[in-house]
Write a protein of this length. Structure first.
Length: 244
């Protein structure tokens, strides 16, 4: 395969991967607390191409990354809806271990446990189970302390991480730790806001603009690949004419 066709094909593959990430962002544009997937580009050079005269590089998506920038916080009026203003995540207990989320749309289970919409128990500090009385009003302070009738019922476990390299998505709204060396820490300057939720940090308008841009790039790469194939065909035809 000639360099032009190979580079165009590599670019097409990278754009297809980008479209997959973008499609997931579009699907979750209205998911509370969702964090967008982005891509980090790099250049690939085959080992046999390190001859200075034949060096050619190809664009690839080296790795996707999670955009943890904060989404817009809006009021809901529900006392069990909470949002984080600043860095950090709510900790929840899942069958496979702790998960972390920015979606604070909580509710009460029949046994009084504070749970997520997926049924995961919201963790208190030191892994404690938060149990509330459904007949009493709930107050959640800025530091995450949960009170009922002025009595402390527990405190939300808010976790932060010094690096996001050891975090991976689980489902649309949760993160899990993939690096055993990565330990959660207490966030600095983060406040809990009761009666509010954080929206997705990927908007429909932004996703539409990026989709148009990616499709245009895809079309240009298709034309480059077609041009390379046409040049190869003509070269073969010219060689055939000379040999005849």
């Amino acid at each position: 395969m000639d360099s032009l066709t190979a580079i165009a094909a590599s670019g097409l593959r990278a754009r297809m991967e980008s479209l997959d990430l973008l499609a997931n962002n579009v699907a979750n544009a209205s998911t509370g607390g969702y964090k967008a997937d982005r891509e980090f580009y790099s250049l690939y050079a085959a080992p046999e191409a390190w001859d200075a005269e034949a060096l050619s590089t190809m664009p690839v998506i080296e790795r996707p990354w999670i955009d943890l920038s904060q989404g817009v916080i809006h009021s809901t009026g529900s006392p069990l809806d909470v949002a984080l203003s600043g860095s950090g995540f709510f900790s929840v207990s899942a069958p496979g271990g702790p998960l972390y989320t920015r979606n604070g749309s909580f509710r009460l289970a029949k046994d009084g446990r504070l749970i997520t919409s997926d049924g995961y128990a919201v963790r208190g500090t030191a892994g404690a189970v938060l149990k509330l009385d459904s007949s009493k009003p709930v107050e959640i302070r800025e530091d995450g302390t949960v009170l009922q009738d002025g009595v402390v019922a527990g405190k939300l476990d808010i976790a932060d991480f010094t690096s996001t390299a050891g975090l991976a998505k689980q489902g649309s709204n949760y993160l899990r730790v993939t690096d055993p060396a990565l330990r959660p820490t207490a966030p600095s300057g983060t406040s809990v806001e009761q009666g509010k939720l954080e929206a997705s940090n990927t908007g429909s308008a932004e996703a539409a603009v990026r989709l148009v841009s990616v499709m245009r790039q895809f079309e240009m790469l298709q034309k480059a690949a077609s041009l390379g194939a046409d040049m190869n065909r003509r070269a073969v035809e010219e060689v055939a004419k000379v040999g005849s």
